[in-house]
Design a protein around this ligand. Structure first.
Ligand code: MTE
Ligand code: QUE
Ligand code: MOS
Length: 798
C-alpha cells in the first residue's frame, strides 16, 4: 500500500503550520538582528540615538543582557552576540525589539556601529600561512602508505578545490518565544536539535533546563543548516521574551539568513596516489583542509567524517589521511547533508578518473578493480564492510544503464563533433555512506507512546520533521507493530518536556534511532495487551469489564511486563495472538476482538496503555584517539551513471540522463525513500554545477538571494531520470531491516561533476593531463577550462 507523507494533505492545502504561521499575540514584539559588516574588527562604539526616536522602537539588547554568552555544539567558543570583537560579516551585534515587524528593516538602519578593522583571513591558503586553525591535525591510517608509495608502478598527485553551498531551506531561521509564569520559557524553534536549543536558551538566560521547553512542530527544510545554527536565534527570541515579558518573534529574511549563517565547509585537498599497471590502487595519501569559518561549530566532526570517507567504495590497503580545520573570518560553516562525506568522496572519485586517464583505461574498470570485494573488505579505520552489495550494484547498473554502448557513442560523438557542438561526458560513481554518529554518545533515542481509550495512538520522540518523512515512518512502524491503520496513529510535535536528552535529527539516523525507540516502547504495551486479550478469550464476554458497568464484579487481569528490550527487531511473544488489520486474534481458536475494544477492556482492567522506550545502538567502538574501530552500524550504498553535456560556447552543463541504483535495505516507505533519493541527488547536482557562493573582498556574501545564487529548478533535473532500489532483506542490524536514506543519495551527484571532467578531458589539449577543475563546475569554470584564451583579458577566477 502506498502511504503518503503525513503532512501531504496539509502541505498542498496550505494549512501546515510553520513557526511564522503562529498567530501573533496582541503584545508580541518582533526582533531585528543588526549584524557586523566587517569580517574582523574591534567594535569602537554603538550609537542608537536615532533609533530611540522611532515610534516602533521598544528597546535594544547586547551581549551584556545575557547571563552567559558562549555557545557551541562541540566547543563553546562562539558568542551569541559579539562582545568587543566581530569575526565575520553577519555576526550578531545588537538585537532590536520592535512593535511592528514591517519597521524592523528601517530600525536596523538607524543603528550606527563604528569599527576598527583588524586583518581578516579569507581563504584556506591564508589560514594555513597564518597558522590559523580550529583544533589539532588528526590522522587516520592503515598499512604503510609511504613505503607502498615507493614500491608501486605509477604515482599521480594533485589537489582539488571544493567549495561550499547554501542550504537554501525555504523556511529561514525562525523562532517564537513565550514567557510563561514563574520565569519559564516556551520556545518554538525551527531546529533539528530541540534539546540543544533548550540547553542553550537556559544557559544564555541563566535558567535551568526544567524552566525551558523547546517545541519543534515541523521545519521548512533544514539539510543540516538548522542542526546547530537555529540555536542562537532561539536564544535571541527567548532573551527578548524573558526580559520584556512579552512574546517575541524572530524571522530572518532570506538575504540576512544567507549572509549570517554558515554553509557547507569548503575543502582544499592534496593527494598522492600510488597504483599498479592493472589499475589497482595500493596507496593513498590525502591531506584534507577545510574552511571552518570563524567558530568551531560542527567543523571538527565534519572533518572526521570526511577522513572516514576518503576510501568511498574502494579498498585501498595503505592509506594516510590527515585532516585539519582552518579558522577564517567567514560565517561559521556547519553541517550540510553528507557532513564532510561528499567533500571526501569527490576527492577519491576525481583521483580514480585521473588514474584512468593516466593508464588510458575506462574509469569504470578502475572502479571495479578497486571496489570493496571478497577479502578486500576492511576500511582504513579497521571496520569490516559486511553484507557488501557494492560489486552487485556496480554490475547491475553497468548492464541496466547500457554503460559500454553509451561510452562508445559518446566517444564517437566527441571525436567527430563540430567545434560548437556540446562535449559529452559519462561517469559511473558510487557511494558507501557510514550510518551512525561518529560521536558515540549521540547514537541513542527515546520515545513515548500513548494509546488513548478510542484505540488511537500518539507517539513522541526527539525526531524533528523537516520534510524527510521521519514522522510518517515512525507512525508506520508503530501502526505495523500494533496491526492498526496508520490513520489511527499521529506523531506529535517534538517537545523537550516529553523527550529529554535526545540527539539532533541528523546523520540520516532519525528513523533508525527514534523509530527503534518507538518500536521498543510499543512492544512493551503490546506485551501487556496480548495478556489482556489472552484472558478475554477464555472469559465469558458477558463478564468483560465493559459489560459490568464498573460494578467491580469481574476479575481483573494481572499483567507481567516485557523483559528489558534493546533490539527493536526482537519479536514479542504474544502467546499466539495476532495484531492485524485493527483486530486482535487468537491464531488457534480464531477468537477475535477489535483493537479498539481490547484497548477499552485493558483500560478498565487498569492496564497501562502508555510506555516509554529507550534505544542505544549496540557495538559501536570508534576510538577518536586511534582513528580505529567500528565507526558505523552499517553502510548505505548506491551507484549512479551520469551523462552530461557541456557547451563549448558558454560552458553550460546539462544532465542528460541519470540512472541510480541504491540499496536501502527493506524500506518502510518506498515513496518517501524515492523522494529522498531524487531530492538529495538534485540538491547535490546544484552544489556540483551551478551554486556559486560569491564573496566580496571583505568576506561578505554577495550571492544572497535566488537571483544571484542558482539552485536547481525543474529544468536542471536530468532529462531522463531512472531510480531503482535493490532488494535487500539482509540488514538485520537496523529496525525492520531498513537502511537510512537521508544523506547518501546526495553523494551520487558527484558523478555529475566527474562526468563534466570526463567531457572536458576529451578535448585534444587534455589528452595527456586530467583537467583540474574546481567543484562546482559552474559554466564559467567549464568555459575557462575549454577556452582559456577567452579569459586572458578578464583575469583570474575568484
Ligand atoms: N529532506 C528534506 N525534505 N528536508 C531536509 O531538511 N535534511 C537531510 C535529509 N533529508 C532534509 C531531508 C539531512 S541533512 C538529514 S541528516 C536527514 O534528512 C535527516 O533526517 P532523517 O535522519 O530522518 O533521514
Ligand atoms: C555525523 C553527524 C554528526 C556528528 C558526527 C557524524 C552530527 C553532530 C555531531 C556532534 C559531535 C560532537 C558533539 C555534538 C555533535 O557529530 O550531526 O554535540 O559534541 O552534531 O558522523 O551528523
Ligand atoms: Mo544532516 S547534515 O546530518 O543534518
Amino acid at each position: 500500500m502506498k502511504i503518503p507523507h503525513d503532512s501531504a494533505h496539509t502541505h498542498v492545502s496550505g494549512t501546515s503550520e510553520y513557526i511564522d504561521d503562529r498567530a501573533a499575540h496582541f503584545d508580541e514584539v518582533f526582533i531585528g538582528v543588526v549584524f557586523s559588516t566587517e569580517p574582523h574588527a574591534k567594535i569602537l562604539s554603538i550609537d542608537s540615538s536615532k533609533l530611540e526616536k522611532h515610534p516602533d522602537f521598544i528597546t535594544l539588547f547586547t551581549y551584556k543582557d545575557l547571563s552567559h554568552n558562549k555557545w557551541g555544539s562541540i566547543f563553546q567558543d562562539q558568542p551569541l552576540i559579539a562582545e568587543e570583537i566581530v569575526q565575520f560579516v553577519g555576526e550578531p551585534v545588537v538585537l532590536i525589539a520592535s512593535r511592528d515587524r514591517f519597521s524592523v528593516e528601517a530600525l536596523k538602519k538607524l543603528v550606527t556601529i563604528k569599527y576598527q578593522p583588524l586583518k581578516p583571513i579569507l581563504s584556506i591558503d591564508d589560514a594555513i600561512k597564518a597558522n590559523s586553525y580550529i583544533g589539532d591535525e588528526r590522522t587516520i591510517q592503515s598499512g604503510d602508505c609511504e613505503a607502498a608509495l615507493q614500491k608501486c608502478d605509477h604515482l599521480i598527485s594533485g589537489s582539488v578545490v571544493i567549495r561550499g553551498a547554501d542550504h537554501f531551506y525555504l523556511e529561514s531561521q525562525a523562532a517564537v518565544a513565550y514567557p510563561l509564569e514563574d520565569n519559564q520559557i516556551e520556545i518554538h524553534s525551527s531546529s533539528q536539535h530541540s534539546v540543544e536549543v533548550q540547553h542553550i536558551v537556559a544557559h544564555a538566560l541563566g535558567l535551568d533546563s526544567k524552566d525551558v521547553v523547546c517545541i519543534v512542530k515541523r521545519i521548512g527544510g533544514a539539510f543540516g543548516g538548522k542542526e546547530s545554527q537555529a540555536a542562537p536565534f532561539a536564544a535571541f527570541a527567548s532573551l527578548v521574551a524573558h526580559k520584556l515579558k512579552r512574546p517575541a518573534r524572530l524571522i530572518l529574511t532570506k538575504d540576512d539568513d544567507m549572509i549570517m549563517t554558515g554553509k557547507r565547509n569548503p575543502f582544499q585537498n592534496e593527494y598522492v596516489a600510488g597504483f599498479n599497471r592493472d589499475g589497482k590502487i595500493v596507496a593513498l595519501k590525502v591531506k584534507l583542509r577545510s574552511d571552518g569559518g570563524a567558530y568551531a561549530d560542527l567543523s571538527t566532526a565534519i572533518m572526521e567524517r570526511a577522513m572516514l570517507h576518503c576510501d568511498n567504495a574502494y579498498f585501498i590497503p595503505n592509506m594516510l589521511i590527515q585532516g585539519r580545520v582552518c579558522k577564517t573570518h567567514f560565517h561559521p560553516h556547519t553541517a550540510f547533508r553528507g557532513f564532510g562525506g561528499p567533500q571526501a568522496v569527490a576527492t577519491i572519485e576525481k583521483i580514480i578518473e585521473q588514474i584512468a586517464k593516466h593508464l588510458d583505461k575506462d574509469p569504470l574498470e578502475i572502479r571495479k578493480t578497486n571496489v570493496y570485494q571478497g577479502n578486500n573488505n576492511v576500511t582504513h579505520y579497521g571496520q569490516p564492510v559486511e553484507n557488501n552489495v557494492l560489486p552487485e550494484l556496480f554490475d547491475k547498473l553497468e548492464t541496466d544503464s547500457d554503460y559500454w554502448n553509451r561510452r562508445k557513442i559518446i566517444k564517437a560523438h566527441n571525436s567527430n563533433r563540430k567545434w560548437n557542438e556540446p562535449l559529452l561526458g559519462l561517469s559511473l560513481t558510487a557511494v558507501k555512506f557510514g550510518i551512525s554518529f561518529t560521536t558515540r554518545f549521540l547514537n541513542q533515542g527515546n520515545a513515548l507512546v500513548l494509546i488513548h481509550r478510542d484505540g488511537t495512538v500518539q507517539v513522541s520522540t526527539g525526531a524533528t520533521e523537516m520534510g524527510q518523512g521521519v514522522n510518517t515512518r515512525i507512525a508506520q512502524l508503530v501502526s505495523e507493530a500494533l496491526g492498526i491503520s496508520i490513520l489511527n496513529t499521529r506523531v506529535m510535535p517534538t517537545r523537550t518536556d516529553k523527550n529529554a536528552n535526545t540527539s539532533p535529527t541528523a546523520a540520516s539516523a532519525g528513523t533508525d534511532l527514534n523509530g527503534s525507540a518507538a518500536v521498543i516502547a510499543t512492544n512493551k504495551i503490546k506485551f501487556r495487551l496480548a495478556q489482556v486479550a489472552r484472558n478475554l478469550f477464555v472469559t465469558d464476554p458477558a463478564l468483560y469489564a465493559s459489560k459490568t458497568g464498573g460494578l467491580g464484579t469481574q476479575a481483573e487481569v494481572e499483567v507481567t511486563e516485557l523483559p528489558h528490550q534493546t533490539n527493536p527487531n526482537k519479536e514479542v511473544d504474544t502467546f499466539g495472538i495476532e495484531f492485524k488489520n485493527g483486530k486482535v486474534t487468537d491464531s488457534k481458536t480464531k477468537k477475535s476482538i477489535s483493537f479498539e475494544s481490547l484497548i477499552n477492556e485493558a483500560y478498565l482492567n487498569r492496564v497501562s496503555l502508555s510506555d516509554y522506550g529507550f534505544y542505544r545502538v549496540a557495538d559501536l567502538g570508534f576510538n577518536k584517539l586511534t582513528g580505529k574501530g567500528q565507526a558505523f552500524l552499517y553502510f548505505t550504498n548506491g551507484t549512479a551513471v551520469n551523462e552530461v553535456s557541456v557547451s563549448p560556447i558558454n560552458g553550460e552543463v546539462k544532465i542528460l540522463r541519470t540512472d541510480i541504483l541504491m540499496d536501502l535495505g527493506r524500506p518502510i516507505n518506498k515513496g518517501l525513500d524515492l523522494g529522498q533519493v531524487t531530492g538529495g541527488f538534485i540538491q547535490g547536482a546544484g552544489w556540483v554545477t551551478t551554486e556559486n557562493l560569491y564573496y566580496d573582498s571583505k568576506g561578505k556574501l554577495l550571492s544572497h538571494s535566488p537571483s544571484t545564487y542558482k539552485i536547481p529548478n525543474i529544468q536542471d533535473t536530468p532529462r531522463e531520470f531512472n531510480v531503482n532500489l535493490l532488494e535487500n532483506l539482509g540488514n538485520d542490524k537496523n529496525v525492520r531491516g531498513t537502511k537510512a536514506v537521508g544523506e547518501p543519495p546526495l553523494l551520487l551527484s558527484i558523478g555529475v561533476w566527474t562526468a563534466v571532467n570526463d567531457a572536458i578531458s576529451h578535448l585534444p589539449e587534455y589528452e595527456k593531463k586530467y583537467p583540474s577543475i574546481q567543484l562546482p563546475a559552474t559554466a564559467e569554470v567549464c568555459l575557462r577550462a575549454i577556452q582559456p584564451d577567452l579569459f586572458k583579458t578578464v583575469g583570474a577566477n575568484k
